[in-house]
Design a protein around this ligand. Structure first.
Ligand SMILES: [Zn+2]
Ligand SMILES: [Zn+2]
Length: 167
């Protein structure tokens, strides 16, 4: 649960404001629709109409949650060193939340903090951009990050056994 809490705290305050505005605007719009439609017809409201009130409110909550999810995509993309503007646009404009689903499938791994200065280093970084400390094993020839178990560097083809054994 604390992990959820941690992720929830990522959502920027602006997303909560926009979600609230979207929710209220939607309710106001539906209020007008109701006043102009079913409620103008007579003074007694049949019970089935009350069911639709709840559906209306639930749809509004879903819309607000969607805004919060887009806010999360923005913050999470930024944290992972991805293109946050691009991912927010994909999340908003690809219908049926497919942009958001794609984000969760394709997102980069979380950056690791530099052991020396705590600055975040993304998966593409072998060295800290702030202080130059090595944050993960690197190819001795081209200095690109290499993964455990590789016998040769994927960037330049240099043999790696000595380099990874030393790390
Ligand atoms: Zn550092
Ligand atoms: Zn290399």
């Amino acid at each position: 649960m604390s992990r959820f809490r941690q992720e929830w705290d990522l959502i920027p305050g602006a997303a909560f404001v926009i979600a609230g505005v979207v929710y209220l605007a939607y309710l106001a719009l539906m209020g007008f629709v109701w006043l102009a439609g079913p409620m103008s017809a007579g003074d007694s409201i049949p019970p089935i109409i009350w069911g639709w009130f709840f559906v209306t409110a639930a749809v509004g909550i879903l819309m607000a949650l969607y805004v919060l999810l887009v806010g999360y995509v923005w913050a999470d993309a930024k944290r992972r060193g991805m293109n946050s503007v691009l991912w927010v646009l994909l999340a908003i404009f690809i219908p049926n939340a497919i942009g958001i689903i794609l984000f969760f499938i394709l997102r980069d791994p979380l950056p690791v903090p530099c052991p020396s200065c705590q600055a975040p280093a993304t998966a593409e970084q072998a060295f800290c951009a702030c202080c130059g400390t090595a944050v993960r094993p690197a190819c001795p020839q081209c200095r690109k990050p290499v993964q455990e178990g590789w016998t040769h560097c994927a960037g330049c083809g240099a043999p790696l056994e000595a380099a990874t054994a030393g790390q």
